[in-house]
Ligand binder design. Structure first.
Ligand code: NDP
Length: 335
């Protein structure tokens, strides 16, 4: 059972040295337990926060233990009547090939139906990132038809769903992404109305001018994944009573300061800014997953994946995710 452990904590940018590949035995199955072979690992930006010592909203990742994280896989042995060999499941299997769970604990693994939805999608559009998009858009921004919604990291796992869900509700969707390829994909494949390459803009003034052109009626809702210059530029174009879903601030995950240059605009524009953590809203998951699953199964919600091959590739792919080298949901394929 090949695993990736965290062996040291980064200061600033993480490096490959923070991780170590180890080989462990596959544990014996006890009563009620299930052995799962992971097919895909999910790599997510929140994992960077967990690499730090200090307690954030999530517990730190313990040193010299398997990196925690979401996985999809297949039951390969079972001593639990509720699970059979061959069942496809989603769970928190971590960065390793196999894991054992006590399947009597409610919610620790969930069976998934792969008839119309590919297994890997349960880590993306029909999983945690999709529900994140759904929660921020529906519960915080709540766009009306004709309103304008902006989303940063628009080609990514969360952002790509935000814009498509906004379009499905009759809103205008405008993305921000790094590079011409990502922007072209966001407009041509995902159906956003416009996408701005933020890397072409050196300062807030220039980015805000681009937003003005893409959002002629101003911005009613903003889904923030990045922070910093992007949030500043959006605030300059925000309409009265606009809503901001504060989902992520990836531009500061390595400890970079992310000041807000004009907080008075919150007052001037009577804005509502709300942060949220998707795992604290389990009550919306069934409704959100039903909509997301239906849209994916019928081809109405599109998604893209960046797939690294083999467990050993996980650390490098994770570093890439924090630098925008992924294009869509970052996964590691094991089988
Ligand atoms: P993505 O698939 O969007 O990948 C991350 C993307 O962020 C990169 O591709 C890159 O896109 C962009 N990025 C990386 N570094 C920077 C930087 N320094 N400055 C600007 N952009 C950067 O990841 P997810 O969709 O999984 O996550 C998106 C956001 O949602 C993250 O902030 C994450 O922490 C947050 N999140 C929050 C949750 C919650 O419960 N609140 C739950 C899940 C996710 P580009 O090349 O376009 O810049």
């Amino acid at each position: 059972n090949i695993q990736i452990q965290l062996v040291s904590r980064p200061t600033g940018e993480p490096t490959l040295d923070n991780f170590k590949l180890v080989e462990a035995a596959i544990p014996e199955l006890g009563e009620g337990q299930v052995l799962i072979r992971n097919h895909y690992l999910s790599l997510d930006p929140y994992m960077r926060g967990r690499m730090n010592e200090g307690k954030s909203y999530a517990q730190p990742q313990p040193l010299n233990e398997v990196m925690m994280g979401g996985t999809v896989g297949e039951v390969v042995a079972s001593k639990n009547a509720a699970f059979s060999v061959g069942d496809k499941v989603v769970g928190m299997g971590g960065w390793q090939q196999y894991f054992v769970v006590d399947a009597n604990q409610r919610g620790v693994i969930q069976k998934v139906d792969t008839t119309h939805i590919p297994l890997s999608a349960y880590l993306g559009a029909v999983g945690m990132p999709g529900v994140t998009a759904w929660y921020g858009l529906v519960k915080i921004i709540n766009p009306k038809a004709g309103e304008t919604v902006v989303v940063s990291a628009a080609s990514g796992a969360v952002g790509s769903c935000v814009g498509q869900l906004a379009k499905a509700r009759g809103a205008r969707a405008v993305g921000l992404a790094g590079g011409a390829d990502k922007c072209r994909y966001v407009v041509e494949q995902l159906g956003f109305d416009a996408c701005i390459d933020y890397k072409e803009h050196r300062d807030v003034k220039s980015l805000s001018a681009a937003l003005k052109a893409a959002c002629p009626d101003g911005i009613d809702g903003h889904f923030e994944n990045v922070g910093g210059m992007i949030l500043d530029a959006v605030m300059l174009r925000a309409n009265a009573f606009s809503r901001v879903a504060m989902c992520g601030m990836i531009s500061g995950y390595n400890g970079e300061p992310i000041p807000m240059s004009a907080p008075q605009l919150i007052l001037v524009n009577r804005m509502k800014i709300e942060g949220f953590i998707v795992s604290e809203h389990m009550e919306v998951w069934p409704e959100a997953l039903k909509e997301l699953g239906g849209l994916v199964a019928t081809g109405k919600l599109k998604f893209r994946e960046s797939v690294a091959e083999g467990i050993a590739a996980a650390p490098e792919a994770f570093l890439g995710l924090l630098k925008g080298r992924n294009f869509g949901k970052q996964l590691v394929k094991l089988v």
